[in-house]
Design a protein around this ligand. Structure first.
Ligand code: 5GP
Length: 207
């Protein structure tokens, strides 16, 4: 897919329990010009989740229809449910010059890298297995079996870390947040983007 957008597409993946969602929420609050893409999913809504904000919650049939209409930039089956990123939403925001963040798994990341080669990908890791397990346990009253499955899923997701451009460890939340900010800010300072952003300044300076 050809694309001549002005914003950058960032892919962010992490095992559940790495703190990805909280980090991205703060990043969006602290850095302007950032949009976090809202995915479609067939999984059921968790308490506190809002349709259209956390996800677009759809039935299997609705998901299949969107798929047949080629509405997704990428999609994947994750833990028995389907998840997909709306192509239109993402491309429109990139054209506006906004940085778009996709919170997707490694399977989706692979598809996006092929379709949008100038995207950047970031993997967030927990500092240790022990901390990851502690975070997973503190989330809900899950059974031992569920915890063990979540740990297995997390290790599987983490085994793909080397496919990414950037690696951030979320040990100290504020530190990891600052790392993420640095990645986005450095990308905004690239010559290609600056030449577009600073068109008037450059015209004034150099005519
Ligand atoms: P959860 O159901 O816990 O919100 O998300 C489960 C997993 O699905 C996470 O690894 C998350 O990154 C991934 N995910 C969420 N949305 C998408 C999407 O649109 N595409 C893909 N490929 N993965 C997604």
């Amino acid at each position: 897919m050809r694309h001549s957008s002005r914003g950058t597409l960032f892919i962010v993946s992490a095992p559940s329990g790495a703190g990805k969602t909280s980090l991205l929420k703060r990043l969006k609050e602290e850095l302007s010009g950032v949009v976090i893409s809202v995915s479609h999913t067939t999984r059921s809504k968790r308490p506190g989740e809002v349709d259209g904000k956390d996800y677009f919650f759809v039935s299997h049939e609705e998901f299949e229809t969107l798929l047949s209409q080629d509405a997704f930039l990428e999609y994947a089956r994750v833990f028995d449910n389907y998840y997909g990123t709306s192509r239109q939403q993402v491309l429109e925001n990139l054209e506006k010059g906004l940085d778009v963040i996709l919170e997707i798994d490694w399977q989706g990341a692979r598809q996006v890298r092929v379709k949008i080669p100038d995207s950047r990908s970031i993997f967030i890791l927990p500092p240790s297995l022990k901390v990851l397990e502690k975070r997973l346990r503190s989330r809900a009253q899950d059974s031992e079996e569920t915890i063990a499955r979540r740990m297995r899923d997390a290790r599987n997701e983490m085994s793909h870390f080397h496919e990414y451009d950037y690696l951030v460890v979320n040990d100290e939340f504020e530190h990891a947040l600052s790392d993420l900010k640095c990645i986005l800010i450095a990308d905004r300072l690239r010559m290609e983007r600056q030449q577009w952003q600073l068109e008037n300044v450059l015209e004034d300076l150099l005519g």
